[in-house]
Design a protein around this ligand. Structure first.
Ligand code: BEZ
Length: 388
């Protein structure tokens, strides 16, 4: 072998060694799952984790060439514990990425910690408008929605249906307040008027006095934000008071997603708006639903889709940097440019890192939130206050 060939061979060997070493040094990808595993939002946390893990399985158990190690924290949907909980993941467990959470108040505490530490955060539900508003950051993405989005869509639908007055009833925290604000914006732009805003503290489910007030006021419609266990109780109480016969109950789809088994007759005929629906009947959604049902012996809901898409977004970013999360700008840039092939339908990410997506009008029929039509196409959150 000539000296030149020998030198070239040695250089190639050295480069190969460095590449292998680089990969080995990256080791496992530590993913912190901070989700509710107790309380009214438990089912939502479980569905998000299931969806995320389904996508990881489909990718052969690796993301960006790295095996996954999970660290789980039950956030209990408790904002008072949120900062401690997220800091356990960031400072004690040294996670590479955080996926979480459901509750808007907890999500905001997580976004603050992620922004300060630079840890990648993908929010698979928590709709707090601020997360992709004033709190926006290059390392924070959402695979779900802002509270404004489905609410604004429902406001438009209610106005188009000719409703003139509406009362609102929600939990008193960011998600409820912002949902009502979004509904009001869409409804009042279309000529309607929100006449009264009623609330109960989160996660209370004592609705009787407020339902009596609604019955006496007789608005054309009621708009409500509840989810999980609280949504089950509210929809049943609304029907038990006989209000479903006289005043249509509208809401973002959380009011009836993943809850129909328990709500039964009480939810029949309800109209809601959301970025997912039963009966989309696309090849992408059908294969997702079959895979989910086979693996978990459950039907997927919007929360499962959001978890699944959080894993898809993470994979897009990590593949672009070959698993090397120190390349932060390339990681974020890849997600920003992507069209995500979601079971909900393809979506892109806005400048403030929130999905730009279609909102469906759905009607409850049996145990399904059946697709009626696309209420608003390609709806982007305004991203008010985001400077990036
Ligand atoms: C929220 O707190 O942002 C939220 C919780 C459950 C469903 C939808 C939104």
């Amino acid at each position: 072998m000539s000296q030149r060939i020998a030198r070239t061979t040695l250089t190639a060997l050295a480069l190969a060694c460095i590449a292998t070493l680089g990969h080995a040094q990256q080791g496992k990808l530590k993913v912190g799952l901070m989700l509710p595993y107790s309380g009214t939002y438990t089912a939502l946390g479980v569905a998000i984790e299931n969806g995320f893990k389904l996508r990881v399985d489909e990718l052969g158990g690796k993301i960006g060439g790295r095996e996954i190690e999970y660290v789980k924290v039950d956030d209990e949907s408790d904002p008072a514990k949120a900062t401690d909980n997220v800091n356990k993941l960031i400072k004690r467990d040294n996670v590479d990425v955080i996926i979480g959470t459901v509750h808007s108040g907890v999500t905001m505490a997580m976004a603050k910690a992620a922004k300060e530490s630079g840890t990648v955060l993908i929010v698979p539900n928590g709709g707090a408008d601020a997360v992709t508003g004033p709190m926006c950051a290059p390392n924070i993405f959402r695979s779900s929605f802002s509270n404004w989005q489905p609410a604004y869509a429902m406001g438009e639908v209610a106005a188009k249906q000719g409703k003139k007055t509406a009362m609102t009833i929600t939990w008193k925290y960011a998600a409820g307040d912002e949902s009502v604000a979004g509904f009001k914006e869409g409804f009042e732009k279309g000529g309607g008027k929100v006449t009264k805003e009623l609330t109960v503290p989160f996660p209370n489910v004592e609705f009787q006095a407020l339902l009596t007030e609604i019955a006496a006021a007789k608005p054309d419609a009621v708009y409500s934000f509840y989810a999980g266990g609280g949504a089950v109780k509210f929809v049943k109480d609304y029907a038990a008071a006989g209000l479903n016969k006289t005043i249509p109950l509208y809401g973002p789809g959380f009011l009836t997603d993943g809850t129909l088994e328990a709500q039964g007759d009480a939810a029949q005929g309800m109209l809601t708006t959301l970025h997912y629906a039963d009966g989309l009947n696309t090849a992408r959604d059908n294969s997702f639903r079959t895979a989910y049902a086979t693996k978990f012996k459950l039907q997927p809901d919007v929360y499962a889709v959001q978890g699944y898409d959080a894993a898809q977004m993470l994979a897009i970013g990590l593949n672009a940097v070959k698993g090397d999360l120190t390349k932060k700008a390339e990681f974020s840039g890849a997600i920003e440019k992507a069209k995500i092939d979601s079971p909900r339908g393809p979506f892109t990410i806005s400048k403030s890192h929130n999905p730009v997506q279609d909102f469906y009008l759905r009607k409850v029929e049996g145990k399904e939130n059946k697709l009626v039509n696309v209420a608003v196409k390609g709806l982007a959150d305004p991203g008010r206050g985001c400077k990036m």
